[in-house]
Ligand binder design. Structure first.
Ligand code: N01
Length: 544
């Protein structure tokens, strides 16, 4: 199908602006956007993607900070839609780093000739639904406009970077940046006095790497994290051969697990076996790479309760063993949240960093940050002189990136207002009063590509259903949306992810409503639910 151009009168009656019109507009050319573009184009739709960055990759384009890499096994992260792609691409490491991940996504864009449908350096600032024509009109920062029947926000869960509102940042004489906007040319760190604020998964990766080159490093930690060894290694040719021969089984396994990872829980309760057997399993898994120690453990380790605390204490002791100074070690031991209530940061020598003479750990819960000064950072206790400040302070998750776009639905209502107390959607995908808008960034968690592929497939099929059945609009019914929102709240209250103050529930952003921002259900449950909805003629959706 071809795109078309419409002549639209502008404020100046003399001028006529041509606005290109597409079947679908996708915002974002990261992992999800690229696949949505490929899939919809293959289905015969005219598609245009707008991407804020200068290249493809989304998360893997922006997060160029040292140490950035997968925590999912590389070979479980790639797209599964093309056998040829699977066989052509060699993942070089078990947990591949950002440069390689970005190269992979560029390879995909080139192989499937996706680039010609993407306009780069194009930030979408607004999207307005035209009720008479059933079209979304998007406007970019540079004034460019485009129209599309369907609008897909593939803008990521964690893409709106959060920098706390510290007084004095403008006065700082050194360099600073947020990890999610790490300059492509890098930061000058060698020999410098660097300060890092934040010790989440990003901070843990970054700190471990830059500690190797900075002159002095001060880490400002508010909450200690449970971190586990990543145990990354190169993929040897024999393993590569086995991986390529086993992709169907690998993806089948991923599809069966809660978070679409290749690891599955031990069906036994930790408390049902002897203390010796329990410890043997903990120790054995600890020597394994990646999330195995988290997601292949006794099932009740991932539930609030005795087993969770038992394993948490095991991990705390692992931290204590690695840090020489017991006072510093105790600061690094998490005591205020349950193991697994945040995504487990995987590390490659993080704790040993604190044994270096040139590294200082500052507990900013004991002495909060007061302000940034021209020469560094001041807590209630002391001033720290710094040449560089790095904000590893996370993201305004899910709704943050949506709120950056002024989205107006039926009757002019804005999505920002509607989501002020948390997302109100059906299955994370669609919101009543916002026809033909698919907020797919609000619907996938876990092993990202495994989760986003089936989601994009579902959305693409829904789009075809609307068109093939002579409808012009699809959106959640208010009833289905209310029921889903209540379900997220009720079922969410019982799971580990809502128990800590993290981005999962918006608790990391001052003033943000505390609501689970993603689905409380497992990936297989969500896929089954979506399939049932489609099989029942898109039950819970209003088709017009
Ligand atoms: O962000 P975070 P992240 N004063 O929100 C601190 C994924 N990821 O970018 O915990 C002082 O987890 C904050 O402190 P506290 C992964 O899903 C994946 O690290 O709020 N400190 C915390 O320490 C992850 O969950 C990979 O008390 C302040 C840190 O900043 C998600 O991204 C790698 C502060 C923010 O941690 C987000 O991780 C990296 C303040 N005012 C990330 N405000 C992979 O391996 C915030 N902090 C694939």
């Amino acid at each position: 199908m071809r795109s078309s151009r419409q002549q639209m009168p502008t404020a100046n009656a003399e001028q006529v602006e041509e606005i290109e019109q597409f079947d679908a507009i996708i915002i974002g050319a990261g992992v999800t956007g690229l696949y949505a573009l490929y899939r919809l184009r293959e289905l015969g739709l005219s598609v245009q993607a707008f991407e804020d960055g200068g290249g493809v990759g989304g998360t893997w384009y922006w997060n160029r900070y040292p140490g950035c890499r997968f925590d999912s096994e590389s070979y479980t992260y790639g797209y599964s839609f093309s056998e040829e792609l699977l066989q052509e691409w060699d993942w070089k490491e078990l947990y591949s780093g950002q440069p390689e991940n970005e190269r992979y996504l560029n390879y995909v864009a080139d192989k499937f000739d996706l680039r010609r449908h993407i306009r780069f350096n194009s930030r979408v600032v607004s999207a307005v639904f035209n009720e008479d024509e059933n079209l979304w009109q998007v406007e970019l920062e540079d004034g460019h406009r485009a129209r599309g029947q369907f609008l897909i926000t593939a803008i990521g869960i964690l893409s709106a970077g959060y920098i706390p509102n510290f007084e004095g940042l403008d006065s700082f004489k050194g360099d600073w940046c947020h990890t999610g906007r790490w300059p492509a040319e890098g930061m000058e760190l060698a020999g410098k006095r660097a300060g890092v604020i934040g010790t989440g998964a990003t901070g843990v990766q970054l700190i471990t790497e830059i500690a190797k080159e900075v002159g002095h490093l001060t880490v400002f930690q508010r909450t200690a994290n449970y971190c586990a060894p990543l145990r990354n290694r190169p993929i040897d040719p024999e393993t590569q051969r086995k991986i390529k021969a086993n992709y169907p089984e690998i993806f089948k396994k991923c599809n069966e697990t809660a978070g679409s990872f290749v690891h599955d829980f031990d069906r036994r309760s930790a408390m049902s076996v002897s203390p010796e057997e329990r410890l043997e399993q903990y120790e054995r898994l600890w020597t394994e790479p990646g999330f195995k120690k988290w997601l292949s453990n006794f099932y009740d380790v991932m539930m609030p309760g005795e087993a969770n605390e038992d394993y948490a204490e095991f991990v705390r002791n692992k931290i204590r063993e690695r840090v020489k100074d017991p006072v510093v070690a105790e600061k690094l031991v998490p005591k205020d949240h349950m193991f697994g209530s945040k995504r487990l940061p995987c590390e490659s020598g993080y704790y040993e960093v604190y044994n270096q003479d040139n590294v200082l750990l500052v507990d900013v819960r004991e002495a909060p940050i007061e302000c940034i000064t021209p020469n560094g950072l001041k807590t209630t206790d002391a001033e720290y002189e710094l040449d560089v400040i790095i904000f590893a302070t996370g993201y305004d998750a899910v709704t943050g990136s949506l709120n950056k776009i002024d989205i107006h639905g039926v009757g002019g209502q804005t999505l920002k207002d509607k989501f002020a107390k948390g997302p109100r959607t059906y299955m994370g995908i669609s919101s009543a009063g916002f026809p033909n808008l698919f907020t797919i960034n609000a619907a996938s968690v876990g092993n990202f590509v495994r989760a986003c592929e089936p989601l994009v497939d579902w959305v693409s099929e829904a789009v075809c259903y609307v068109r093939d059945h002579g409808y012009t609009r699809i959106s959640a019914t208010p009833e289905a949306e209310a029921e889903w929102t209540a379900h997220v709240s009720e079922a969410g209250a019982k799971i580990l992810r809502t128990q800590a103050n993290s981005w999962f529930v918006g608790a990391n952003i001052p003033g943000k409503a505390r609501v689970l921002l993603t689905s409380p259900d497992t990936a297989p449950v969500m896929r089954a639910k979506r399939a049932e909805v489609a099989a029942n003629g898109y039950e819970g959706f209003l088709l017009q």
